[in-house]
Design a protein around this ligand. Structure first.
Ligand code: C5P
Ligand code: C5P
Ligand code: ZN
Length: 472
């Protein structure tokens, strides 16, 4: 495996210090952050950091940077604007000083590469891993960058490091190596040192804390297990043959209720069912727990915690997610409703696409158009889940369309083999959308755009050209 940095680059450290001074000097501030798990944890870190400094501020959650956001930033009379998990793609649009950006999206190529630009009039503290040769899709996330600034402002903020881990896991940054690496590891070390996160090696399927054992296997999707995934009867038989009770008295057991011996027996049996080493590595690896939260709350496993935040933010209720990150556990009840809605929506959305055979293949891409049937904020999750399932080809990037207020929302996902061969969906979404009068960006493996309603076909043609050019 590659060597990863175990300390921050000197240049980043000095740029963090300069940004920290700017934050500390502010008399008041406006925070802008993204609506997903990484965005909410980023927003919680900046919000708590300013609370502790006694700097009055307000916080806004945005699905994306729009012209309206840019206009609001440029005309704001706040002393400081701190944008997290967003912003890097639109640097050249910001025309005011004292903006701090802690983000990990691929930066706007029109902006100078130097981290802090003192143009004649505009001073932006732009903290982004890509400026230091660190990849923002798996080496550190938006919440991680936001945490690094927070801990530079005050080392006592080490108690916020765990939020950086939830953000990273929420953005699937642990998927590539079945563990967090590089700058994420630096954040992880802080969270572990502070006693907020514990690291274990275990099965990595979703739901180890709150899915009943049967569903834990039945819905195992990354990777799917032949004969068990989507087959409830076989899963029940499998546990019964292994003498693993599904209940403890009246209580339904979850994966984390199993004894170490039971876990080892089941894990070995499952690993034996998967022959490809790459799939076995995806199945088994590091998991990150939050020991301070009670079992079965959904907050003890970092992936489930991130999903709760996503299920708030992606349904216009990011504030509830923020309250949870700020320690207000009474928000969990509201979040629970969001979580079951989210679960139902995702499952309905997946069936809708599969049952209506919506996925169309072209030579270099595949796509589906969900129209108004899938929310624009979850269509990307659905595209990613489909790509991980056995119902579509894995070697073609997936492009998904959904209706949105201001045109058509596009989500694009690809597997890692393609990005290793040179595919960069961030570039493709940005370029193709601009050519049809839209805008977009993101990461090489996961990106998005907004385009005009009547430009879907033209957009797909351009995307296909760009994909083939990058891969051939
Ligand atoms: O805007 P942000 O960077 O927070 O979002 C990243 C998005 O990319 C997340 O929605 C995450 O689900 C997605 N992603 C993915 N596959 C990866 C990495 C990220 O679907 N391998
Ligand atoms: O919405 P979705 O999950 O598909 O977004 C994937 C990635 O693309 C996210 O990191 C998101 O911030 C980014 N994106 C973007 N510009 C857009 C839409 C999405 O940078 N217009
Ligand atoms: Zn992010």
């Amino acid at each position: 495996m590659e060597e990863w940095p175990d300390r921050l680059s000197d240049k980043l450290v000095s740029n963090l210090s300069r940004a920290a001074s700017a934050v500390k000097k502010a008399k008041n501030a406006e925070l802008i952050t993204h609506i997903d798990a990484d965005g909410i944890t980023s927003g919680a870190i900046s919000d708590i950091t300013l609370d502790r400094l006694g700097i009055p501020h307000k916080i806004a959650f945005e699905k994306k940077i729009t012209e309206e956001t840019i206009e609001r930033v440029n005309s704001s009379d706040a002393d400081l604007i701190w944008i997290s998990d967003l912003g890097s793609g639109y640097l050249s649009e910001f025309k005011r000083s004292n903006i701090v950006i802690t983000d990990h999206h691929v930066p706007d190529p029109k902006f100078r590469r130097s981290q802090t630009s003192i143009d004649q009039f505009v001073e932006i503290f732009h903290l982004n891993p890509h400026n230091y040769g660190v990849n923002g899709s798996y080496e550190i996330c938006g919440a991680g960058m936001t945490y690094l600034l927070s801990r530079t402002i005050d080392p006592n903020n080490i108690d916020l490091a765990y939020l950086g881990i939830i953000g990273a896991v929420g953005d699937f940054q642990d998927n590539r190596y079945s563990q967090l690496i590089s700058y994420n590891r630096i954040v992880l070390d802080d969270a572990v040192k502070n006693g907020d996160i514990s690291v274990d090696t275990d099965l990595r399927f979703f739901g180890r804390e709150s899915r009943p054992l049967l569903q834990y296997l039945q819905y195992a999707s990354d990777p799917e297990i032949l004969g068990l995934t989507n087959n409830r009867d076989n899963c029940a038989r499998f546990y019964s043959e292994m003498c693993i009770p599904l209940k403890d008295g009246e209580d339904t057991r979850v994966w984390d209720d199993l004894s170490p011996e039971e876990k080892i027996a089941v894990t070995d049996a499952l690993l034996n069912k998967v022959s490809e080493p790459e799939l076995r590595e995806r199945m088994y690896g590091e998991v990150y727990s939050l020991p301070k939260f009670d079992p079965h709350t959904g907050l003890r496993d970092s992936k489930e915690f991130a999903t709760i935040l996503n299920s708030c933010g992606r349904y216009d209720d990011a504030e509830t997610g923020l309250r949870i990150c700020k320690g207000d556990l009474s928000a969990l009840k509201d979040a629970e409703r969001n979580r079951s809605d989210h679960r139902r929506n995702i499952s309905l959305a997946l069936s809708y696409v599969k049952e209506n055979h919506l996925v169309r293949e072209r030579r270099f891409i595949q796509y589906f158009d969900a129209g108004s049937e899938i929310r624009e904020t979850v269509v990307g999750i659905v595209a990613g889940m489909l790509l991980n399932s056995d119902s579509v080809r894995h070697e073609l990037p997936m492009i998904a369309f959904a209706e949105s207020d201001d045109g058509v929302k596009v989500s694009a996902r690809a597997n890692r083999e393609l990005t290793d061969r040179g595919l960069d969906l961030s570039f493709i979404m940005k370029k193709a959308s601009e050519l049809v009068g839209g805008y977009g960006g993101g990461h090489n493996v996961a990106a998005g755009a907004t385009i005009p309603e009547d430009k879907k076909e033209a957009f797909l043609d351009i995307v296909e050209d760009l994909v083939s050019a990058q891969l051939i």
